[in-house]
Ligand binder design. Structure first.
Ligand code: ZN
Length: 311
């Protein structure tokens, strides 16, 4: 019988990180400056490693390269997605990502990056930067060159359960206090636009203004165009939040019992609340796993919130 493949995350320490990945999720983290849990990662700099079962001890990129049937023989040189949990104790720099075409041409054939955020926890009136207020490319360049950041960036207030789709070309930043799930294309191409003039080891971190000006979309989409409220109870059904050409994301709130058919090449599952089981295998908050090709009917019991990502 086909089984799920549980993955052990990689943790990244960063200046803006905190300790919620331990206090909220129970992970054993390297320090109280841990900002990122790379929950499902096939990146060389921080690989997920399978544990238990037939594939225990092998990295996700090894499985992708050598056991492609687990992924429904999906195409591609590299595993297409990256799933992280981010704990921001201070503001992150304001950044923008290129699309696939620009990244192919300017970044050695890399993927661009489409990503989305699902807010897991935040204080009241927490804010994100999503988009900007310039009306034309000329005005955008002028505002950046004149350091008119307060006028330029668009801050929005968010709450737990909000879901935001960030397409390439969108200026964005996570602000302090926010804990979120990030699902993205497997790419690290980021152009830093503004870093609040902060110093790190006495120096400002480099900005990438020229490339950023190439890729920033103008005008920005309105917040309502990229925002979804994903907080409602799903009542034991698999409920789609978003589907784009990079990924589909769905949410389940299990209360008792539910089932769904694994009808994609493969699925990534992230347990964000509660505990239970899938076809008898125990699950708890903080577990991330692959539901491989050929799994068939997934029966979930317990009390859990689960996010399902597929290509
Ligand atoms: Zn980003």
């Amino acid at each position: 019988m086909t089984k799920i493949i549980k993955l052990k995350p990689y943790f990244k320490e960063v200046l803006w990180g905190g300790k919620k990945l331990n206090t909220e999720f129970g992970y054993s983290i390297p320090s109280d400056k841990t900002g990122e849990c790379w929950a499902v990662s096939a990146r060389e700099s921080g690989e997920s490693i399978a544990y238990g079962g037939e594939y225990g001890g092998r990295t996700l990129s090894d499985l992708w390269a050598n056991e492609r049937e687990l992924f429904g023989n999906a195409e591609g040189d590299v595993f297409p997605l990256l799933v992280k949990i981010i704990d921001a104790q201070s503001d992150l720099s304001i950044q923008v990502h290129p699309d696939d075409q620009y990244a192919q041409e300017h970044e050695n054939g890399s993927f661009g990056k489409t990503e989305c955020w699902y807010i897991l926890d935040c204080p009241e009136n927490a804010k994100l930067v999503i988009g900007h207020n310039a009306k034309s490319r000329a005005e955008l360049a002028e505002m950046i060159n004149e350091n008119r950041w307060d006028e330029l960036i668009r801050e929005v207030t968010v709450k737990k359960g909000d879901f935001i789709q960030i397409v390439p070309g969108t200026v964005h930043a996570i602000e302090s206090g926010i804990l979120l799930l990030e699902i993205q294309q497997n790419s690290d191409i980021t152009y830093r636009v503004y870093d609040y003039d902060r110093l790190q080891d006495g120096k400002k971190r480099p900005l990438h203004i020229d490339k950023a000006l190439d890729v920033i979309a103008c005008p920005s989409k309105t917040f309502m165009e990229v925002f979804m409220d994903a907080s409602s109870e799903c009542d034991n059904v698999l409920k789609e939040i978003i589907s784009c050409n990079c990924y589909s994301v769905s949410r389940i709130t299990v209360d008792g019992k539910m089932e769904f058919e694994m009808n994609k090449p493969f699925m990534i599952a992230s347990v964000l609340q509660g505990e239970g089981d899938i076809n008898g295998e125990p699950l708890k908050k903080g577990d991330h796993f692959i539901i491989p090709s050929g799994y068939g009917l997934a029966q979930l019991t317990g009390n859990m919130e689960v996010i399902i990502t597929s290509i």
